[in-house]
Design a protein around this ligand. Structure first.
Ligand code: AMP
Ligand code: ZN
Length: 460
């Protein structure tokens, strides 16, 4: 069955055709590891994961690369101001050294990997780190230099966008919209306001280069790491919608003018999570993380489920009530599915509908609604309905089949953990949390009761 994906390059739905038969090369702009990822960032990675799982469901082998930005990402889209990693050094009172920067990055990278696991996001085959690719950045910049596409000013080596006539083609970005100062900082030394830094000179921290000590620009890192692991062109490039105007257009300008090939054939972008309808950004502070949700007794998988009820290209406004509602629906779903017998067959008529939805630019809201239709369809056997829903979960990734009623009296570890967390909450007199945990435990088919000898968990 054909897969149609929205390509930001053409602004249209296009039938997906990979470069190599049966194989998809995909690059996801990864996190900047200077802090915990917020739930907005994580939406972008859930979108990439649904894309991967959809391709795999269609029998493609996916080679997925997600970079880790641990140097060079400035706090704005422009070239001035702090880099996010050095800001983290200041925040955490660390010495201004590359070693300390690496240490902070490693810490948040590990936390990010934990988040991916909690969200049941498949691990990409490669997680290249920007700081491990500095020599490759230098070689790439030298290639641009040889072609006469760069110039040097006091701040560093810059790319001259006037040498790339189709600059801004991704998302049809007009240079005027960038010039107004909303995205780019004005630097009178630059030839064009949208010229961007390739190598930023920095006397305090950095690596040696032919141009002086400093560090690579954020955009060059992605051009280098995608080409190194996937070649050029590769099939699909993803990121959040905010990356279109500057970061992705800059990647395209560098890569295409250096090597005379398109960088990627399909560019896909996920819409934002907003809070009170305003943009969420890590650098603004006050961000919501998976830990925040956990403290509100909302699981990462419940957050994942909530996101799937919206299309990846629609913004979604976060509220605890909305995600709690999704959590309740997910719990009902898990309980219902786990009560159905195993050993059924996938119902092909439903599978066709499911594939038509997900292959139509990842229409997860319709695909999720289909699950509820199946549960209401009494013309199908219970076992077949279960088998069909569990099959769809290869794409949804909601761990629907990991919570089974245990056949003997043994209590699964996750249930014991929930019961312990409930005890903890009760000790702290956090009744709302304790109640939410009791409900989660019961929803998984267990009862927790208090006895003079402590708590007791039994099968329902
Ligand atoms: P960063 O860690 O800042 O490099 O961002 C990692 C990814 O998160 C990028 O693809 C961003 O586009 C994306 N992103 C940032 N904020 C949001 C948000 N509120 N909603 C969805 N994606 C976001
Ligand atoms: Zn990138």
């Amino acid at each position: 069955m054909e897969i149609r994906l929205h390509n930001t390059l053409s602004q249209k739905l296009e039938t997906f055709k990979p470069i190599k038969r049966g194989l998809v090369s995909m690059y996801n702009c990864g996190p900047t590891v200077y802090d915990y990822a917020h739930i907005g960032n994580l939406r972008t990675f859930i979108f990439a994961d649904i894309l991967r799982k959809t391709l795999e469901y269609n029998s493609y082998t996916v080679h997925q690369v997600m970079n880790i930005t641990d140097v060079g990402h400035l706090t704005t889209d422009g070239d001035d101001g702090d880099d996010k990693m050095t800001r983290a050094l200041k925040r955490e009172n660390k010495p201004f050294t590359l070693e300390a920067m690496r240490e902070i990055a490693t810490f948040y990278f590990e936390k990010f990997v934990d988040d991916l696991k909690s969200l049941n996001i498949s691990s990409p085959q490669e997680f290249p780190r920007a700081s491990d690719n500095i020599q490759e950045d230098i070689i790439f910049i030298q290639e641009l230099e040889k072609k006469g596409l760069t110039y040097k000013i006091s701040g560093g080596i810059y790319f001259d966008i006037s040498k790339f006539p189709s600059y801004g083609k991704l998302g049809n970005i007009s240079l005027d919209s960038l010039k107004d100062g909303a995205r780019l900082t004005i630097n009178p030394e630059k030839k064009n306001p949208a010229d961007f830094v390739l190598w930023k000179l920095d006397s305090k921290i950095g690596w040696k280069s032919p141009w002086g000590v400093g560090f690579p620009g954020w955009h060059i890192e992605c051009s280098v790491m995608s080409r190194k692991y996937l070649g050029q062109p590769f099939d699909i490039h993803t990121g959040g919608i905010d990356l279109i105007p500057v970061h992705h257009n800059n990647e395209i300008a560098q890569s295409e003018s250096a090597y005379n090939e398109p960088l990627a054939h399909y560019w896909m972008h996920g819409a934002f999570v907003t809070v009170n309808d305003a943009k969420m950004a890590k650098s603004v502070g006050g961000s919501i993380t998976l830990k925040t949700l956990e403290d509100e007794t909302i699981s990462a998988i419940a957050y994942r489920y909530w996101l799937l009820t919206a299309h990846y290209r629609s913004p979604i406004n976060f509220s605890l009530e909305a995600v709690r509602g999704a959590q309740n629906a997910l719990i009902r779903l898990m309980v219902t599915v786990s009560s159905l017998p195993t050993d059924g067959k996938v119902i092909l008529a439903y599978k066709d509908r499911f594939m038509a939805y997900i292959n139509d630019d990842l229409d997860t809201p319709k695909a999720i609604a289909l699950i509820w239709d199946i549960l209401k369809d009494n013309n199908q056997s219970d076992a077949d309905r279960r088998a069909t829903i569990i099959d769809f979960d290869k794409v949804f990734g909601l761990k629907l089949d990991t919570i089974k009623k245990s056949e003997d009296e043994e209590i699964p570890d996750e249930i014991t953990a929930l019961a312990e967390a409930r005890e903890e909450a009760r000790k702290e007199k956090d009744w709302v949390k304790a109640d939410a945990l009791r409900i989660e435990i019961e929803a998984r088919g267990f009862v927790v009761s208090d006895t003079p000898n402590g708590i007791k968990i039994t099968n329902k």
